[in-house]
Design a protein around this ligand. Structure first.
Ligand SMILES: [Zn+2]
Length: 147
């Protein structure tokens, strides 16, 4: 039995003869596929979108994938007792906490210092009033508080 549907590409109503039809006609299905895959219409034919768009698209999907696997709940639940693991968790928090994006020059510098082992998380001191964690600054031999 035909069912009235809205074409996912052009938004026109059409009679769907099968339950899995999403587009009013094959050309809408093709155009939707081009759109999905970042093709652009230039007179006469479609061509793949320029590299800049592709990179942005790829970065977006990369970030969302990472956010998915490193959400703050799972970061909080990770409790591996080595300084290296703590450093990685801290770095992950800093990179993947959505409100911290995009990373600033300073973020990258402190990440670099973390990765190179300048700061070590001190586990027997509480967080400060700002919710920052105590770290031992190896270079300056001082306790510093970092988010
Ligand atoms: Zn259509």
């Amino acid at each position: 039995m035909p069912k009235t549907r809205i074409c996912k590409h052009c938004g026109l109503q059409f009679e769907s003869r099968r339950s899995n039809h999403l587009y009013c006609e094959p050309s809408c299905r093709t155009k939707a596929s081009y759109k999905r895959n970042n093709y652009k219409y230039v007179p006469g034919h479609y061509q793949k979108g320029d590299t800049k768009d592709e990179v942005q698209l790829n970065n977006k999907s990369l970030v969302s994938k990472r956010n998915h696997s490193f959400n703050s709940a799972s970061i909080t639940n990770v409790a591996i007792g080595t300084a290296a693991a703590d450093t990685a968790v801290f770095a992950a928090k800093k990179i993947f906490a959505p409100n911290m994006l995009p990373a600033t020059k300073g973020d990258i510098k402190s990440l670099r210092e973390l990765i190179l082992g300048k700061y070590l998380l001190i586990k027997n001191l509480p967080q400060n009033r700002n919710g920052e964690f105590p770290y031992f600054d190896i270079e300056n031999k001082k306790i510093v508080y970092l988010k």
